[in-house]
Design a protein around this ligand. Structure first.
Ligand SMILES: C[S@@+](CC[C@H](N)C(=O)[O-])C[C@H]1O[C@@H](n2cnc3c(N)ncnc32)[C@H](O)[C@@H]1O
Length: 296
């Protein structure tokens, strides 16, 4: 990384995201779920022609590229992220589009934004603050780089009410595990000895909820803060096109542990059978989402 960073941050998370290099096949941005979130966040942002827009933790540009299409001639869209890899994808996508709005992709840290005070009219964010151990600092930075009267439209999923410490817990209760039990027990024992390396991230995210979100914006000095809080339960995700049907392979720690315990071909067969069993079972799901709009 460059020499611009001098302050404290959550080191485990920061290293993980800085080296995050997304695989094309992992990109789900075309799915209805992500398009719906994107459109709601940008709708709340009420972009106007000429706005200077910052997307913090922009990743591959879900929000930034759509904002660019609507920010109009004369505006500016900046995508900022810790990850060179994600921003590379974002830049490639921006280059393949032809809107007139100037676009920049900047490697940087949300808790130490490399911009002068009052640079932006609007800031948009999706699923970033939940990962930051020092998110109060990030929200102070949002306040600093917004002009007076500028606004933030942010979306954060709230995991505290749902996610357990182990990614397999959400499905192990709904699948008949009898045929899988001996291998599953060995995999769980392996996970106990070798916790997945994204644990620091998940621990931080699970400790965060909508009250922390609101508090951090009020404490940073925003003059108006609106929270749109949504809870959604469905007895079977198959009934709900907006809820992503997670596959067992989406549990990377579990899948890696299966490979370590069973070896490569046996693990693939095991995970395949488990996925099939899971897809056949009704799968209850609950999500909590926080949409926040704040005015400086
Ligand atoms: C779940 S992804 C969301 C990406 C994007 N906002 C989207 O909607 O697709 C979280 C993003 O936050 C970025 N991130 C994490 N910590 C960050 C930090 N301290 N400063 C800037 N970006 C950060 C990660 O690199 C990652 O791209």
């Amino acid at each position: 990384m460059g020499g611009w960073w001098t302050g404290p941050t959550g080191s485990a998370n920061r290293e993980k995201w800085a080296t995050f290099d997304p695989l094309p096949q992992e990109d789900r941005h075309g799915q209805d779920h992500y398009r719906a979130l994107r459109d709601q966040i940008l709708d709340h942002a009420q972009l106007r022609t000429g706005d200077r827009v910052l997307d913090v933790g922009a990743g591959r540009g879900l929000l930034a590229l759509a904002a660019r299409r609507s920010a109009g001639v004369g505006g500016l869209v900046v995508a900022l992220d810790l990850s060179h890899g994600a921003l590379r994808v974002c830049r490639e996508r921006a280059a393949s589009e032809e809107p007139a709005t100037p676009f920049q992709a900047v490697v940087g840290d949300a808790t130490h934004l490399p911009f002068a005070p009052g640079t932006f009219d609007v800031i948009v964010m999706r699923s970033v603050l939940l990962y930051l151990p020092n998110r109060e600092l990030a929200v102070q930075e949002l306040h600093r780089v917004l002009r007076p009267g500028g606004r933030v439209s942010a979306f954060e999923p709230i995991w505290r009410h749902h996610a357990g410490p182990n990614e397999y817990e959400s499905w192990v209760e709904v699948v008949d595990m009898t045929p899988f039990q001996p291998n599953h027990d060995r995999i769980v024992a392996h996970l106990g000895r070798h916790p997945p390396d994204d644990n620091a991230d998940r621990v931080v995210a699970r400790a965060f909820d909508e009250r922390d979100l609101v508090r951090s914006f009020v404490a940073a000095g925003f003059r108006a803060v609106d929270l749109d809080y949504r809870y959604r339960y469905t007895a079977d995700v198959a009934d709900d096109p907006l809820v992503r049907v997670k596959q067992v392979q989406d549990a990377p720690g579990y899948a890696a542990a299966a490979r370590a315990v069973l070896g490569e071909p046996a693990a693939a067969a095991y995970l395949g059978r488990l996925t099939a069993a899971r897809s056949a079972a009704p799968f209850p799901s609950a999500t909590t989402q926080a949409f926040l709009v704040a005015r400086r």
